[in-house]
Design a binder for this molecule. Structure first.
Ligand code: NAP
Length: 291
């Protein structure tokens, strides 16, 4: 990492609790270096419940902005001076730009996923989408795919009330709630072109795993399978789908593209994703040694 600092260097950071595992500093500092920007991106632990105090500190402490992850994304919403359309719709903020003491809240998760999908050579237009999960990630992905022209977006979730609440945000008339049972998953899969796992099932260290992958056998042969999880790189879901011949991709692209979009908002610079994404992938594969 070759970040050079001077008295005009602007500060950025990611906040969360926990946050020490975050890849955001490596991702952003890689792009900052590549573009020759005078910014420094740090990792800032902010305990649950203290995001309002943090925001005041950030506003007067010389920060140009920050990214937010769990558990702060929702709590930031009422604290913003202005919200982007996506942040308002998702009820969550992952990118805060600070200008003249005012906080502007954005959410780049949905747009980041859409770019990742397109980077993989797939389109949302006309797709019949099956989403597993109804949490924050599912909300951003489902609503962005609906906006981008998906024909249907079925939200299969263990807690049906949460999929119903997500579907209540539908402005395009394509979202529908469904249960997360083997029978329902199989039925929905049989008429889906794109399946996206937005649950934490399969994530390293979390421990939960799918009971069975029988629903994959019902997918049409050309259907694409995506897992938002990127650690491990290939979840059991992706391994099983690949073994059945489906095109697959993980959540690394979403992680990278939401960050590119966030850095554009922080800096008002245009970043070429075709230049930046490979540099970030390379940095993530070959991280600098820990000091
Ligand atoms: P969240 O808001 O906590 O939602 C978690 C979802 O997983 C809920 O729908 C929950 O269902 C479901 N779930 C958890 N355990 C389950 C189980 N045992 N059986 C069935 N469903 C279960 O989390 P999130 O922020 O949306 O994140 C979800 C996943 O996306 C995580 O793995 C996260 O790492 C990943 N993610 C990736 C990116 C990226 O850039 N690639 C960005 C954001 C998130 P209930 O509603 O029934 O509890």
């Amino acid at each position: 990492m070759n970040v050079s600092l001077n008295n005009s260097t602007k500060k950025l950071c990611v906040i969360g609790d926990p946050i020490s595992h975050s890849k955001s500093p490596l991702i952003h500092n890689t792009m900052i270096n590549a573009k020759g920007l005078n910014y420094l991106y740090l990792c800032q632990p902010v305990p649950r419940g203290q995001v309002a105090q943090w925001l005041e500190l950030a506003k007067f402490g010389g920060y140009a902005g920050f990214n937010a992850t769990m558990p702060h994304k929702e709590e930031l919403v009422p604290l913003m001076d202005e919200l982007s359309a996506d942040a308002k719709l998702y009820g969550a903020v992952n990118t805060v730009c600070i200008k003249d003491g005012k906080a502007f809240g954005h959410n780049t998760d949905g747009a980041g996923f859409l770019r990742a999908l397109e980077e993989e050579g797939h389109s949302a237009q006309g797709a019949r989408v099956m989403i597993l999960g109804a949490g924050g990630a599912a909300k951003a992905v489902a609503l962005k795919l609906a906006e981008a022209g998906a024909t249907s977006v079925t939200i299969c979730n263990r807690t049906l009330e949460k999929s119903q609440a997500l579907c209540a945000l539908d402005q395009w008339g394509v979202l529908q709630p469904a249960l997360f049972t083997p029978q329902v998953l199989t039925e929905v899969a049989s008429h889906s072109d794109l399946l996206i796992n937005c649950t934490s099932l399969g994530m390293e260290g979390v421990g939960g795993q799918f009971q069975d992958f029988g629903f994959l056998a019902a997918l049409p042969q050309e259907a694409v399978v995506c897992d938002l999880i990127y650690n491990p790189k290939r979840t059991q879901l992706l391994q099983q789908a690949k073994a059945l011949g489906h095109p697959t991709f993980n959540g690394m692209g979403m992680l990278i593209h939401q960050a590119i979009l966030a850095l554009e908002l922080f800096t008002d610079e245009v970043l070429d994703p075709e230049v930046m994404a490979p540099k970030v992938r390379d940095a993530l594969q070959n991280p600098p040694p820990e000091k």
